[in-house]
Design a protein around this ligand. Structure first.
Ligand SMILES: [Fe+2]
Ligand SMILES: [Fe+2]
Length: 267
């Protein structure tokens, strides 16, 4: 399996501040071109939320247009900047999104099963996994206890050490999620977004990570408590790979162009 994870696209309308500052649509187009050029070709792309910036239908339409050239399947998730109804309206052919309620689904097409969770609290920056959402997760995990599985959720289910992002992180359900992860042996990894940085840890012994943004990143500052800085660290994605019977291997992949300095023959 080769699964690409991208996150925090923050697509908005032309001329909006984030469009001017971070060129989010242009950056997504670059990401799409990079993914199309990958060899071997990835099996698909999961997008871990903050698809758009202002919850506008027009932004989802711009997102849809920008994704048209993508040559592999894509699965969309919601973050705190998303609107479930507008997402479903514009991507009405993405049947996995469902028609009402939380945007939670499984992807059964790959050798690793994917489970997408919805951590949104409408109108809030912080996120939650309530009893209903976690109950749904437990039901899904019980369906296929022997099938290797990855879980994805927008808000990281662990503290990052970046104060303001943790204060606006997953404020409900973190302990219960850890209990669920610890009691199901088929989970290979947990993927999140929201903090616009690559961060790695473990939850109940299972690798957990956040994916950088395709556009703008947040500065690494473990002391600041009055805000965050938006920085021009390179856009990146994650490439999750797994051979049958092997552990999950995750590559951090920059999306900007960079030169090859030399080709070195080795034996
Ligand atoms: Fe974001
Ligand atoms: Fe977010």
């Amino acid at each position: 399996m080769i699964l690409i994870q991208i996150s925090d696209l923050h697509i908005t309308d032309p001329g909006e501040p984030v469009d001017r500052l971070a060129r989010t649509t242009e950056r997504l187009a670059i990401a799409v071109a990079r993914i199309n050029a990958m060899q071997p070709r990835p099996d698909g792309v999961i997008v871990t939320g903050d698809l758009v910036n202002e919850c506008r239908t027009s932004e989802y339409e711009r997102l849809r247009q920008t994704l048209v050239p993508l040559q592999v399947p894509v699965w969309l998730m919601v973050g705190n900047h998303d609107a479930r109804d507008d997402l479903r309206l514009v991507f009405d052919d993405h049947a996995y999104l469902g028609t009402r309620g939380f945007v939670q689904y499984t992807v059964e097409d790959l050798t690793v099963r994917l489970i997408a969770l919805d951590s949104q609290i409408p109108g809030e920056t912080a996120g939650a996994l309530c009893a209903e959402r976690l109950g749904w997760l437990e039901d899904r995990l019980a369906e296929q206890p022997d099938r290797p599985t990855m879980i994805f959720v927008h808000h990281p289910p662990f503290p990052s050490g970046i104060d303001r992002m943790d204060a606006n992180g997953l404020v409900e359900g973190r302990e219960e999620l850890a209990r669920i992860i610890g009691s199901h042996r088929q989970i290979l990894g947990i993927g999140a977004g929201h903090v616009h940085r690559p961060i790695m840890t473990a939850i109940a012994g299972v690798p957990a990570h956040t994916c950088p943004s395709t556009a703008h990143q947040l500065g690494l500052d473990l002391l600041r408590t009055d805000g965050v800085s938006i920085v021009a660290e390179p856009p990146a994605c994650l490439m999750h790979t797994r051979q049958p019977g092997a552990p999950l291997v995750t590559h951090h992949v920059y999306l900007d162009d960079y030169p090859v300095l030399a080709d070195v023959s080795m034996k």
